[in-house]
Design a protein around this ligand. Structure first.
Ligand code: ZN
Length: 435
């Protein structure tokens, strides 16, 4: 190990740091401005031959041509992930009762990891398990929806028999699948530069990846030095809450109230069972705000098929026409959907969700993300509103917004009206002739 030097990306100060063996990710703190500059070098290799030998015995890897093209390599990865998924589906079909029972254990482990992640929320956390495991859980859930359907009987009639045997088979293959899907996503985002030489893949982290890590590190550091928020009123701006209620009919405060003290409030409406840190909730029959709130935050397989990318309250990128269930399950191994849909359907009767599962950590992560991504959400709500105006097809949406507008305070109306006007003005400008 020796000394190397870099420049503080914020103030230009020359900084020295201890080198490490590759792969490395070194945080170099500036003694002048406290900004953290990240220095990273990481090249990961993966051999399709090994993946097939370990998880797909009897199958030969396809004869992929050597390539440096990100799209081509993305399609190779998709082929491999698909082959792994088929094996998981086949096994779940054979072992359906055990696979179903395993979901309780998987959700419980996911919650434990979420709690750990929340306790370190102001630190940069390089460990990948807490990011990977929710996707592993989503994979099992998706496969169960696809193969056996979710049944009300799985809510309480699970047994531990065969679960550990099933999970010791499932977890390694699921981890490989999630890893492959993760590479494909990182390629698309330009965070890794891929290549395939005919035998193995190499994935080199790009400067874009380093910049992203650096931004997270500095954001977390800044959060650590800002006073912690004491209550919900401080965490969410009044405007953010107002605009959520305006367009959605409820807001983050309603969701928090609902989740408070182990869903205490909800227990007066419906059955809430706590099993190994996982809440199983019967969706209230009464068609009111609470039912609407739960259902609009619940992940179902048909929702998974309807979107290429999730965002809160169905504001994500729609898939038109909807993608197949298999494709949707693969898609869910690359993105953590529970951030956007903290409840997941665990029982459906004639296509209607009647039981959902959730946990405290998942709800907290959802609320935190709702706050940090509120700008993206507002943008999407405005886009939806504009599209409806332009096409004239769906008049229900703007109507709903304007009806809600008339019900809220004057301040709230101004906030939303101003934002809409601003965006419309920007768009009008951008389509001026001769631009
Ligand atoms: Zn500096």
């Amino acid at each position: 190990m020796s000394l190397a030097s870099t420049i503080c990306r914020y103030c230009g100060q020359e900084l020295s740091f201890q080198t490490e063996a590759e792969p490395f990710l070194i945080q170099v703190s500036c003694h002048r401005c406290r900004y953290v500059t990240v220095v990273e070098k990481s090249v990961i290799t993966s051999l399709p031959e090994q993946v097939y030998r370990r998880f797909l015995p009897g199958q030969r890897p396809p004869a992929f041509e050597p390539s440096e093209d990100p799209r081509t390599i993305g399609s190779y990865l998709y082929t491999m992930a698909g082959a792994l998924l088929d094996v998981v589906i086949e096994r779940a079909q054979l072992d359906l009762p055990v696979a179903r029972s395993s979901l309780v254990s998987v959700f419980s482990r996911r919650e434990k990891l979420m709690q750990e992640r929340i306790s370190r929320i102001y630190q940069f956390d390089p460990s990948i398990e807490s990011r990977m495991f929710p996707k592993i859980a989503a994979l099992l859930w998706g496969v169960l929806c696809h193969t056996g359907g979710l049944s009300p009987s799985m809510i309480r009639n699970f047994s531990s028999r065969g679960v550990s045997r099933f999970l010791s088979w499932f977890e390694p293959i699921a981890e490989e699948l999630v890893t492959i899907a993760g590479f494909a996503t990182n390629i698309r985002r330009g965070e890794v530069q891929p290549s395939f030489d005919g035998v193995g893949f190499t994935f080199a982290k790009t400067s874009r990846h380093t910049a992203m890590i650096e931004s997270i590190v500095n954001y977390k550091q800044q959060q650590r030095y800002t006073p912690q928020v004491g209550s919900l009123d401080e965490a969410f701006s009044r405007e953010a809450l107002e605009s959520q209620r305006l367009v959605l009919g409820f807001n983050a405060a309603d969701i928090t109230k609902l989740a408070l003290n182990g869903f205490e409030q909800l227990k007066t409406y419906t059955d809430v069972v706590l099993e190994r840190n996982v809440y199983w909730i019967r969706v209230p029959d009464r068609d009111d705000g609470i039912r609407k709130l739960i259902l609009s935050c619940t992940l179902t397989l048909s929702r998974l098929c309807g979107f290429r990318f999730p965002l809160f309250f169905d504001c994500g990128i729609r898939a038109n026409p909807p993608i197949s269930e298999r494709e949707a399950i693969l898609n869910a191994t690359a993105i953590n959907w529970s951030v956007y849909y903290p409840f997941c359907s665990t029982s459906e009767i004639e296509g209607e969700v009647n039981y959902v599962a959730t946990s405290r950590g998942i709800v907290s992560l959802f609320l935190t993300s709702l706050e940090t991504q509120k700008n993206a959400l507002t943008d999407q709500l405005i886009v939806r509103f504009q599209q409806a105006c332009v096409t004239g097809r769906s008049v229900r949406e703007p109507e709903r917004i304007w009806v809600s507008l008339s019900r809220i305070s004057r301040a709230g109306i101004h906030i939303v009206a101003d934002t809409v006007a601003e965006v419309v003005a920007d768009d009008a400008y951008s389509i001026q002739p001769g631009d």
